[in-house]
Structure formats: structure tokens, C-alpha cells
Design a protein around this ligand. Structure first.
Ligand SMILES: *[C@@H]1O[C@H](CO)[C@@H](O)[C@H](O)[C@H]1NC(C)=O
Ligand SMILES: *[C@@H]1O[C@H](CO)[C@@H](O)[C@H](O)[C@H]1NC(C)=O
Ligand SMILES: *[C@@H]1O[C@H](CO)[C@@H](O)[C@H](O)[C@H]1NC(C)=O
Ligand SMILES: *[C@@H]1O[C@H](CO)[C@@H](O)[C@H](O)[C@H]1NC(C)=O
Ligand SMILES: *[C@@H]1O[C@H](CO)[C@@H](O)[C@H](O)[C@H]1NC(C)=O
Ligand SMILES: *[C@@H]1O[C@H](CO)[C@@H](O)[C@H](O)[C@H]1NC(C)=O
Ligand SMILES: *[C@@H]1O[C@H](CO)[C@@H](O)[C@H](O)[C@H]1NC(C)=O
Ligand SMILES: *[C@@H]1O[C@H](CO)[C@@H](O)[C@H](O)[C@H]1NC(C)=O
Length: 496
């Protein structure tokens, strides 16, 4: 009885925390112009290992959609630009597309949106007249299958539809696209959908002829003499990314539409380029994407819409070595085809991503007070549900019999099991990650390549909201839960 009440309290508390952190997300685009593309099952295993919860496909590949079934990952599927014309000319072609590529997979595969075409207004402007009709036909097919509340229809646009994005307050869509844009916004408004924006500060910066400092493109602090302020609104823009999103909000506003959220369906930075692409470097890509993740997961919107989080999909999962164009075009990926990270990508603090496909372990820090380690150890083996059998007397990891060694074993077991669901390596600041396998003799750490334990083969790439506040948050929550449940437990005891 008491236990039930205690469990209920813990559950309620957990639910509160999850709902208040489940705001913004960062997802990933999956382009497939890759030689040695891993199998769909392997791609999904990589997504899960990296805690990626949202993906966008450029098509509706059957192997990917099958592999994504029951993965908990939310999926945007795409109507390709090649398919668009026929769909825009025929409701029955649209219905057949929806049946074959969407209805066949939901609900096991959590398809949450259909992106109709890709940058249609700027890439294939001659097809623009059928864009909104195509979206309407697709939407009607969803209505017929009663899926329209679950699955939204939109269409990603390039920033180029807004010729002069700065200052954001005076930005406007290219007036020669007026009539299509108007129909599009009307459609998005009527169906409660989002405006999908492909926003690339990389191009804004490289094509800007030195107007903007690179720090502005990379989310780095600007010197006070270089602050970027919209002269009409006096709003400060800390990043070009924010300014691009705001330029889009102001452009929508100029058509007198409100409450159409903007989601960023593509953004990123190439990690390598040709000799004429000096800004496509590993360092800039690492800086951009790490800062982007931090920026998005802080949950605030752009200056003009601070309450609307900027949900974002990074371009892209893999380096697409078979793409045409400049060398940079092949180097936007965050992973190599074998699953190793192209560069370290982390949220901050202790949830490190190794630039390496070796396992990441969680161990007690050097020089930490042993009382604090004892608290962490007790928590890990109790509330944290780590398997602490191996550190009991007579077992392989009992010796050396000291709290630091035992805490390391327990912390790591907890971390390997729980990080996929948001558990972090922090333990009130007493833990740290390492890529050095701490196993010794017959004491095998969970996640070691010599053990049976799972979860060690990919570095964590935490894009989920659970990790929003960096490494310590998950644990702070867990520790707090522990403290609160202890208090509740104590109250229970006092009352009994
Ligand atoms: C699918 O995604 C939606 C968010 O759009 C979420 O509310 C729902 O729980 C997900 N369903 C499954 C089965 O994961
Ligand atoms: C607006 O779009 C038209 C055609 O779609 C294009 O020719 C023109 O250059 C664009 N204007 C600007 C200012 O980009
Ligand atoms: C549409 O285009 C015309 C010029 O062709 C322009 O005057 C007008 O402001 C544009 N925008 C809207 C929202 O109609
Ligand atoms: C859009 O949202 C409004 C209010 O939240 C709701 O009444 C309406 O049914 C929704 N429409 C669609 C097509 O989802
Ligand atoms: C989130 O990021 C924005 C843009 O950089 C910044 O203005 C804001 O203060 C941040 N909010 C928090 C809570 O850190
Ligand atoms: C994975 O691929 C990258 C790039 O091709 C290569 O540098 C790295 O050595 C590979 N790692 C493994 C473990 O095979
Ligand atoms: C990858 O990990 C191994 C140890 O597991 C280490 O020796 C190597 O230097 C690491 N490589 C990189 C690029 O960090
Ligand atoms: C895996 O686990 C089994 C039993 O649980 C054990 O017999 C076996 O030795 C383990 N293998 C390794 C490599 O640890």
C-alpha cells in the first residue's frame, strides 16, 4: 500500500518533468546518395544509439519505413519533386500515393508529416502552380483515411523565396510568388500545419561578401561593436539562424496570417570543401551544429516569437559522397557510413560524443569526496537499478574494495542501460565519461566490447529533449526524484 503510494508519487513527478522538458527537438535528415549505405535496420540502430527521435526522409523508402516501425522515432516522409507534377494534376494519383506510402505503414511507423516536394518555388518554379493543389489532394486523401489530425502536410522552402531577409522586420516573400505563397499560407492555416523552412547560415555567410561576421553565423558571441540589431524593432539578433527564422515570420505576417509555426526542415554546415570553400571546415561544422543543438533545445523562439520553439532537422545524417556539385556538397553529414561520428557532437558538459565509434563509459571522477561517491553509489544500485552484483564480496569487481571503484562500476552500468532513455553520466557532478574501457582482469564493465552487455557500440549523440540542459539534467531529475520520493516515504513512515 505504502509502496504503491510511493510509486505513484514518483510517477506523477516524472510525468511533470517529462512534460515540461518535452518542448523543442532536433531531428536529422536522411539523404541516401551514399556508397555503402548501411541497411535500413542498421540506420535505425544508429538512430536509436544516438538517441535521435525525429527524422525526415526525402522519399517514402519502403525499407526505411518498415525498419522505423515501432522504433518510437517520428518520421517526415517526402513526395519527391519528380512525383509532384502528377500528384498535383490528379487527386487519384495523390490518393494512391498516400495509400501506398503512408496508410500502409501507420500507426506502427509514426509518420507525422508529409513534405510535398523540396524547395519547389526556387528549384522547379514551373511546377509552382500545382504545388498547393498537390498538397490539397494529399490532405484530402489523409482525411479519407482519418489520418489528417495525426499527419500534417507542408512543403519545405528555401530562404531564397525571401530575397532580402535582413532586417527581419522588413523581409517579404518574392512578390512574383505572391499568389502561390498566399494559397500555401491559407492551406497551412486551414490545416494547422507548419511552414517548413530550409535555413542555411552557411550560405547566408559565404554569399554575404563579408557583411556579417562568421561568429554571427556560428552562434558565437559578437563583440559589442558588432551587435546585430533590427533598426525598426530594436530586437537583437544573436545568430543568423534566428534572423532567418524571424524573417520568415515577418514575411508570413505581411500576408496577415498569424499562428503558423515555422519549423526548420534543414540546416547544417559542411565539414569539408574544395580550395574555394574555405569556410567548410571540420571545426566550423562542429561549432555550428553543437551550438545549433544548444540553441534549439533551450526552447525559446526567435526574438519576434520567443514563445514558439524552433524545432529543427539537421542536414544531414550521412556524408553523401555520391552527390554532384562542389566538394562541400558531399560533406554535410554528422556520421560516416560505418556509424562513426565525423566530428564530436555534444550537448555540453558531460554527455560527450566521442569522435570515434568506440564505446563511452561512465566512471567516478578523480578527487571527489568519498561521502558524495557513496551517495551516488547507493542511488545507482537502488533507485537507479544498476546491476551491482559484480561489486559484491567474492565477485569479479569487488576488488579493489573502495568506494571509487565500486561507484565507477555502478555508475557505468546505470549509464549504459539508461542513457537511451535520457539517463546521464553526472551523479551530482561526481561522474565523468571516458572512452577508455575501465575493465580490468576478470572485471568487465557493462558496454565493454568483451562483455555481453549492449549499448556500447555507438557514441551517444543526444538530440532529445531529455538532454536539453546538458549532462546533469537527467541525473538532477533522477536525484531529485530520489530525494522527493525519500521525503514522501519519510512522510509516509511518520504518518503510519
Ligand atoms: C507519434 O508521434 C506523436 C507526436 O506527433 C506522439 O504524440 C505519439 O505518441 C507517437 N506515437 C507513437 C506510437 O509513438
Ligand atoms: C523572384 O522570383 C523570380 C522568378 O521566380 C526571379 O526571376 C527573381 O529574380 C526573384 N527576385 C528576387 C529579388 O530574387
Ligand atoms: C504582392 O505583390 C505586389 C506587387 O506585385 C505587392 O505590392 C504586394 O505587397 C505583394 N504582397 C502581398 C502580401 O500581397
Ligand atoms: C485546427 O485547430 C483547431 C483549433 O485548435 C481545431 O478546431 C481544428 O479542428 C483543427 N483543424 C485541423 C484540420 O486539424
Ligand atoms: C535561448 O537562446 C536565445 C537565443 O540565443 C537567448 O536569447 C535566450 O536567452 C536563451 N534562453 C535561455 C533560457 O537560455
Ligand atoms: C569509419 O569510416 C571513416 C570514414 O570513412 C574512417 O575514417 C574510420 O576509420 C572508419 N571507422 C571504423 C571503425 O571502421
Ligand atoms: C578512438 O578510440 C581509441 C581508443 O578506443 C583511441 O586510441 C583513438 O585515438 C580514438 N580516435 C579518435 C579520433 O579519437
Ligand atoms: C556472455 O554471457 C554468458 C552467460 O550469461 C557467459 O557464459 C559468457 O561467457 C559471456 N560472454 C562474454 C564474452 O562475456
Amino acid at each position: 500500500m505504502k509502496l504503491k503510494r510511493w510509486l505513484a508519487s514518483v510517477l506523477c513527478f516524472t510525468v511533470t518533468i517529462l512534460s515540461c522538458t518535452s518542448g523543442a527537438f532536433v531531428g536529422v535528415n536522411i539523404g541516401t546518395d551514399v556508397s555503402n549505405l548501411p541497411s535500413a535496420a542498421d540506420v535505425v540502430a544508429m538512430l536509436k544509439a544516438h538517441q535521435i527521435t525525429h527524422v525526415r526522409l526525402y522519399d517514402a523508402n519502403t525499407h526505411m519505413l518498415q525498419a522505423l516501425a515501432n522504433s518510437g522515432i517520428q518520421v517526415i516522409v517526402g513526395v519527391t519533386n519528380e512525383e509532384l507534377l502528377r500528384i498535383g494534376e490528379s487527386p487519384s494519383v495523390a490518393a494512391a500515393w498516400v495509400n501506398k506510402n503512408v496508410v500502409a505503414y501507420v500507426p506502427s511507423t509514426n509518420i507525422t508529416a508529409i513534405a510535398v516536394g523540396s524547395e519547389v518555388l526556387t528549384q522547379i518554379p514551373n511546377v509552382a502552380p500545382v504545388l498547393v493543389p498537390a498538397m490539397n489532394y494529399i490532405h484530402r486523401a489523409l482525411v479519407a483515411s482519418n489520418l489528417n489530425f495525426r499527419i500534417k502536410v507542408s512543403t519545405p522552402q528555401s530562404m531564397e523565396v525571401i530575397p532580402r531577409p535582413f532586417p527581419p522586420s522588413t523581409a517579404a516573400f518574392n512578390s512574383s510568388m505572391n499568389s502561390t505563397i498566399y494559397q500555401l499560407l491559407q492551406f497551412l492555416k486551414n490545416t494547422n500545419s507548419s511552414y517548413m523552412l530550409n535555413a542555411y547560415p552557411y550560405y547566408g555567410y559565404t554569399k554575404g561578401d563579408g557583411i556579417f561576421p562568421i561568429e554571427y553565423a556560428l552562434f558565437q558571441p559578437l563583440p559589442s561593436v558588432k551587435q546585430i540589431v533590427d533598426p525598426n524593432t530594436l530586437l537583437h539578433y544573436n545568430s543568423m539562424f534566428d534572423a532567418m527564422v524571424d524573417a520568415t515570420y515577418y514575411s508570413i505576417d505581411a500576408f496577415h496570417f498569424s499562428n503558423i509555426p515555422v519549423i526548420v526542415t534543414e540546416t547544417g554546415w559542411p565539414s569539408f570543401g574544395g580550395s574555394n570553400e574555405p569556410d567548410a571546415t571540420l571545426e566550423n561544422a562542429e561549432t555550428y551544429n553543437n551550438n545549433l543543438i544548444r540553441r534549439v533545445l533551450n526552447g525559446s523562439g526567435p526574438p519576434s516569437q520567443p514563445q514558439i520553439a524552433i524545432n529543427t532537422y539537421i542536414y544531414e545524417l550521412f556524408n553523401e559522397d555520391r552527390r554532384n556539385g562542389p566538394i562541400s556538397e558531399k560533406n554535410w553529414g554528422i556520421l560516416n557510413a560505418n556509424g562513426s561520428a565525423v566530428y564530436p557532437l555534444s550537448l555540453s558538459g558531460s554527455s560527450q560524443i566521442a569522435g570515434n565509434s568506440s564505446a563511452v563509459f561512465c566512471v567516478a571522477k578523480d578527487g571527489v569526496d568519498s561521502d558524495k561517491l557513496q551517495v551516488g553509489l547507493s542511488w545507482a544500485c537502488g533507485q537507479g537499478q544498476a546491476n551491482c552484483a559484480a561489486i559484491q564480496p567474492g565477485r569479479p569487481c569487488y576488488l579493489p574494495n573502495n568506494v571509487k571503484s565500486h561507484a565507477s562500476y555502478a555508475y557505468n552500468d546505470y549509464y549504459q542501460k539508461m542513457r537511451a532513455t535520457g539517463g546521464t553520466c553526472d551523479f551530482d557532478g561526481t561522474a565523468t565519461t571516458t572512452t577508455v574501457d575501465p575493465s580490468y582482469g576478470s572485471c568487465r564493465y557493462t558496454g565493454s566490447s568483451n562483455s555481453n552487455a549492449t549499448g556500447g557500440s555507438f557514441p551517444p549523440l543526444s538530440l532529445g529533449p531529455e538532454s536539453a540542459a546538458g549532462g546533469s539534467w537527467g541525473l538532477q531529475v533522477s536525484m531529485l526524484q530520489y530525494l522527493i520520493s525519500s521525503v514522501i516515504f519519510c512522510i509516509g513512515v511518520v504518518m503510519a
